[in-house]
Design a protein around this ligand. Sequence first.
Ligand SMILES: Nc1ncnc2c1ncn2[C@@H]1O[C@H](COP(=O)(O)OP(=O)(O)O)[C@@H](O)[C@H]1O
Ligand SMILES: [Mg+2]
Length: 497
Amino acid sequence: MKILGIIISNENGPTTMNFDFVINDNSVKKGQFVQIKHENGYIIARIDEIYKTNRYFERADTVIEYEKSGNPINIAFPTERWEYLVANCTILGHFNQDSIERLTFPPSPGIKVEEADTNILSKFLGFDFSSGLTLGRLSFHDLEVKLNMTRLLQKHTAILAMSGAGKSHLVSVLIEELLDRRDELGKPAIIVIDPHGEYKKFQNDSFYSRYTKVFDEQNIAIGVSSLGVNQISEFISDFSSAQKRELEKILKNMKTENYDFDEIIAELESSDVKSSTKESLLGWLYSLKNMNIFSKYTRPSIDVLARQGQLSIIDLSEFTHLNEKQIIATYFSRRLFSERRKGRIPPFLLVIEEAHQFCPEGVKREGAISKNIIETIAREGRKFHASLMLVSQRPIHLSTTALSQCNTHIILRVVNPYDIDHIGKSSEGMTGDLLKTLPGLKTGESLIVGEAVNFPVMMKVRQRKSRVSAEEANFEKAVLEYNLKKNLNKKDLEAFK
Ligand SMILES: Nc1ncnc2c1ncn2[C@@H]1O[C@H](COP(=O)(O)OP(=O)(O)O)[C@@H](O)[C@H]1O
Ligand SMILES: [Mg+2]
């Protein structure tokens, strides 16, 4: 392997945790992995910082005195020859034939530091070479990041970054990888709660369209007869126990198998329920009925929504009110989880975009109808192979209960200091050094920490294979296009004169 430098002896070590080496190869980068031969195996370390030294400039008094004398040091002495690059490294472990151990004895000064071998690195970081999901490339190395599907999905994932950093792009790449999996490896069902309708572009792709189903305001409905009293009361902020009791009786009395709120209202109006209870109950039922998301039958049915190797997009972009979006997310998440517990639908990945809207921290229950079921899936889903992926640009506003159950975090650029602080507290394996890199990440550059990898990994997310969305409309372009259209219209009009 290429030699990058030699371990030196200084106040930092070498210890069992850290060492410095003097660099003899200018290709060395901060964040890169290196290796050192050590007891039948290799020590693997990460370069956390690079600094320059020059012994001519070590003493402040000498530097100033030479400057004052009119004969600066760099003219009096061959200072350039004495400038060295030194890399600070953190030792990650000792790798010996597939096993990783903590170091119990430091490497010696004078030992050569090599570029990390990509085969060793791939095993060391825990990549799944044979059937992993290829999400991108390891930064500073010629190595694909291939994450094992179980390690990534079983214990839930969070994708966190500011808006525009590449979260939805990364989710799309992951979806492609899941849909591309060889049949014999098995594919989960994928369901995306999509508040902006960004994912329906999969439907326009000549290849992925065959796996994609989009459900939008035209074909989403919640079958009222599939709701119990508890579920109906979950959609309403404060239902008294008397109201609940009466509603339960009414539901038992319904004459038809499939009914909607109109029929419940009719039944209630003709009943002998006490008038004050009746009035308030009617108020609630009318407000639900007016939402236009309820019907006699549920569409899509859960077995249509959750199919192996199918991408189902619940496009909420045409629903204007947040509580409508939340009710739909609640209903389908609850049904998915309950059918999965009974083993009636395949293991699934439920992606929740803008998760802070559906599962917010510190918001009253009525503003967060869907929070309860999302937290339940976060806590209990792993046993039933119901996997959550929470995508958010405001981690600080995301339920800490749900976030703490996401065992893998993939973080792209974040600049808000409160969000960075929150990520530091909630991401396992995140160190102060790594946190400092977050504001400087470019679009598509990400940091993976947690269950899916043995050590934090910097990744450049790959390009999409599927049709990429049209460039986000640029303001200047939009203004120009508007002018152009107006002028054309004018010409048309003039032609008629
Ligand atoms: N890894 C990447 N490679 C190339 N372009 C990317 C990458 N990630 C994101 N982009 C582009 O950057 C823009 C913003 O990405 P997007 O995923 O929508 O961000 P977010 O969901 O975080 O707001 C999009 O135009 C997208 O195509
Ligand atoms: Mg997005």
